[in-house]
Design a binder for this molecule. Structure first.
Ligand code: NDP
Ligand code: HSE
Length: 432
């Protein structure tokens, strides 16, 4: 059986998973594809690192040229992460006539235009299924299964680490640090976990999905982004008492020719299907004009699921390289960038959860509600949790009816200056 030689760049969580999958299921794949994908070389940073798998040490190199210059290697899997040297290696691989598979959302979200243009110019293949949703075939769903649809919206839980943290905090009373440590130990977090917890990784992913869905390149810098670092356990609990679960959601919506693209923690009503997506699971709720609503979910981070997506792209790369099978969408840019109109978050209306920290004395609530009224913010319900016996502050939780973000920002600025308010108000948006 003919062998297809692959060069792996990176042998961390994902690289190891790809190696293990190919070792375990090689015969199965060979039977289905008619060719045998074989890893010929693996680029790592540290040749002396102890690896937790049984592997021929001669496979490793720390010299990229051993892979790029090898005419036998036709497919390169970039599993290093970050911008450089990943981007440089991808572009050089195209230059050398190799197909590329990557799990790297950061490089696609920040340098996607240059990479795609280069891929197209050199008539090469770029597979990036693993860059969004770990093992979930969301890229293929958008590029292939839903190709005939105008996509109206995508709402997703797109980061495994933050979903894991929020689930463990609420369900097992873990504090933020403990939950993050677990997510790191399980291999879900980025090398720099602040990318996960600040919402940046989610912004990278929704930027890639929006580009595919709407046919325009929306760089991650255009995504309004908030992370979960401000969330306290008490907010998760108060929300739960009110019938909501807090999730970090990513949104890409097209409304009246404007696109809304954002990432932020969101309260979701407990009977919404997205609240059942726990731990390192991800989910994508996609709405198209003919298909209606589609929900796909599965494991969004971790060694095995991500390896599954990378190997699926390797097979597509083989089909392209050996059988000339043309990918469905070669390039996500079908419209000119100057035609994009993004709706700023200040113009969007939401229902809100506020948690004020205020001194427990008569008249406080009327001061707060007076300011809210001045900005046309209508209160749906108020709960003061507990009574402070000694001098100090109490949490007051409030839900609002729909109101514009810009009014809320102005009102909270004024409220936070009141002498009875002891710390900045927490604000979370509610999924309607
Ligand atoms: P790891 O940090 O576990 O592994 C990175 C690998 O890259 C290591 O083997 C490291 O070498 C190697 N490496 C780092 N810098 C260099 C360099 N300058 N030159 C050569 N090799 C280098 O990352 P992951 O496997 O977790 O992630 C890889 C990619 O996959 C990232 O883009 C990530 O965002 C993405 N991804 C990760 C998922 C996950 O669940 N972990 C899921 C989906 C996508 P050494 O081993 O010697 O240190
Ligand atoms: N750090 C990412 C996450 C890996 O937690 O979702 C998967 O892309």
């Amino acid at each position: 059986m003919k062998e297809v030689k692959i060069g792996l760049l990176g042998f961390g969580t994902v690289g190891t998973g790809v190696y293990e999958l190919l070792r375990k299921n090689i015969n199965l794949i060979e039977e289905k594809v008619g060719l045998r994908p074989v890893i010929k070389k693996i680029l790592v940073k540290n040749l002396n690192k102890k690896r937790n798998v049984i592997i021929d040490p001669h496979l490793f190199t720390n010299d990229i040229n051993e892979i790029l210059q090898d005419p036998e290697i036709s497919i390169i899997c970039e599993l290093i992460g970050g911008i450089e040297p990943a981007k440089d290696y991808i572009l050089k691989a195209f230059e050398k006539g190799k197909e590329v598979v990557t799990a790297n959302k950061a490089v696609l979200a920040l340098c996607g235009k240059e990479i795609w243009e280069n891929c197209t110019k050199r008539k090469r293949f770029l597979g990036f299924e693993a860059s969004v949703g770990g093992g979930i075939p969301v890229i293929k769903t958008l590029k292939e299964a839903l190709i005939g649809n105008e996509i109206n919206s995508i709402i997703g839980i797109v980061n495994g680490t933050t979903n894991y943290i929020l689930t463990r905090m609420l369900e097992n009373n873990l504090n933020f640090k403990e939950a993050l440590k677990e997510a790191q130990a399980k291999g879900y977090a980025e090398a720099d976990p602040s990318l996960d917890i600040k919402g940046i990784d989610s912004a990278h992913k929704i930027s890639i999905l929006a580009s595919l869905a709407f046919g325009i390149y929306i760089p991650a810098s255009e995504v309004y982004t908030e992370g979960i670092e401000e969330i306290e356990l008490m907010d998760l609990r108060f929300a739960k008492d009110l019938g909501y679960i807090v999730k970090l959601l990513a949104f890409a919506k097209k409304r009246k020719d404007k696109i809304e693209i954002r990432v932020h923690p969101t309260l979701i009503s407990e009977n919404h299907v997205l609240t059942s997506i726990r731990l390192n699971y991800n989910a994508f709720y996609i709405t198209g004009d003919f298909i209606g609503d589609v929900l796909i979910y599965g494991l969004g981070a971790g060694k095995e699921p991500t390896a599954s997506a990378v190997v699926s792209d390797i097979i597509d790369a083989i089909e392209y390289f050996y059988f000339g099978k043309r990918p469905f969408i070669r390039y996500p840019l079908t419209k000119n960038n100057h035609l994009i109109k993004l709706r700023p978050i200040e113009e969007v209306e939401f229902k809100y959860y506020f948690r004020f920290s205020a001194i427990d004395k008569p008249g406080v609530l009327s001061k707060i509600s007076g300011i809210l009224g001045k900005y046309n913010i209508s209160i749906a319900s108020v709960i003061q949790i507990g009574r402070q016996k000694r001098k100090g502050s109490v949490p007051i939780v409030m839900l609002t009816h729909e109101t514009k973000e810009k009014n809320v920002n102005k009102a909270l600025q004024e409220i936070n200056k009141l002498d009875v308010v002891t710390s900045p108000t927490k604000k979370f948006r509610i999924l309607d």
